[in-house]
Write a protein of this length. Structure first.
Length: 348
């Protein structure tokens, strides 16, 4: 190795953001292993290798323990012989003698290049992982790259994300070069690099889309309290305002409904019910059954059950197609909801 190689190495280290000390220490450790494999003999078993950070010059030193009586001359040296080299040595010291082989430079250069390449790959993997792990539970835009069995692979620039079958919206098609907004569910650091798991079905996607679309939510004036979602079909979102002068539902809907419509378009016409949250369970449960109008709500705090009464004409609307409306309302509020019509209550 020479100064030119060291200069190039330092340039790469700087460019890739890798620790210079880590690279040199790793090279030295690898050289110790190479020496033991190719050169170590009965004269030297324990060695230390020193590599100049400026010139790339390498020196191999055999290390021996200074002892009164030698039992293993590959690892020990007598105090008498040690004193011949330098009077300063005492029993218990470690004596070093240079044993650098003439041809070791070529082996070292080859090995150093391998170590540098490997370390830089590892460092780049870690940099990409750290970049994406910071975006976990956030929204990102990607381009559909390919399909493999039931998985969709999405190009995020530095890495491909996996959109698994359970994270794909029912009825949504994914074609090559389609641009998608995705929710990052998890980022794993694997031997092959960062593995990014994304979703189109996660409630977090709806939450982040509202944060991007509604300035009042982004600024913390309007707060999302809860989300219940059946992806591709319907979402209920409960919001409240921290400022009495700001209407939370109106903020989310936007002028002429443009804000919520942008989100509906992104979710391929998934219906979105925006509900006004209330600290009063009866009021919150009544609101959650929107668009149905509720006549009365009785709650049992102990069992977390609510009995809801609606007008006969509102019963099917309150329950929803295949029970979806009441199911989402229960998920949104955390209460079990039992709905009855006014005439059913009168009969009872």
């Amino acid at each position: 190795m020479n100064e030119e190689f060291i200069g190039a190495l330092k340039e790469i280290v700087k460019e890739k953001g890798v620790s210079e000390d880590l690279i040199f220490t790793t090279i030295e450790d690898a050289l110790v292993a190479a020496y033991k494999k190719n050169y170590a003999n009965s004269l030297a078993q324990n060695v230390r290798i020193s590599m100049s950070r400026e010139t790339g010059e390498i020196h191999v030193f055999a290390q021996k323990d200074v002892v009164d009586e030698v039992y293993d001359d590959t690892t020990e040296i007598s105090i008498e012989k040690a004193k011949e080299m330098s009077p300063r040595y005492e029993v218990g010291d470690v004596l070093e003698v240079e044993v650098t082989p003439r041809s070791f430079g070529r082996v070292a250069a080859q090995l150093a290049k391998q170590v540098v390449v490997q370390r830089i790959k590892e460092a780049e993997r870690n940099i990409i992982y750290n970049e994406f792990v910071e975006k976990e539970y956030d929204i990102i835009t990607g381009i559909v790259a390919r399909k493999d069995k039931n998985n969709i692979f999405v190009d995020l620039g530095k890495v491909e994300a996996i959109l698994g079958p359970n994270e794909q919206m029912p009825g949504e098609s994914y074609n090559f070069n389609d641009k998608l907004k995705l929710y990052i569910v998890e980022v794993k650091n694997t031997t092959k690099g960062a593995q990014v798991i994304v979703s189109r079905t996660h409630p977090g996607l709806v939450k982040r889309l509202f944060e991007l679309e509604v300035p009042e939510i982004f600024d913390g004036i309007v707060e999302i309290k809860s989300i219940a979602r059946e992806a591709g079909s319907r979402t209920k979102i409960a919001v409240s305002s921290n400022d009495e002068s700001v209407d939370p539902m109106g903020s989310c809907v936007g002028p002429k409904g443009v804000r919520v419509q942008n989100i509906v378009n992104e979710l391929k016409n998934e219906k979105i019910d925006i509900i006004k949250w209330s600290k009063l369970p009866e009021e919150y449960i009544a609101n959650s059954l929107s668009p149905a109008k509720v006549l009365d709500v009785e709650i049992d705090e102990e069992s977390k059950c609510a009995k809801v009464v609606v007008d006969d004409s509102q019963l099917s609307l309150a329950i929803g197609k295949e029970g979806q409306n009441v199911r989402l309302a229960a998920k949104l509020t955390g209460w079990k909801i039992d709905i009855k019509s006014k005439s059913q209550v009168v009969e009872e």
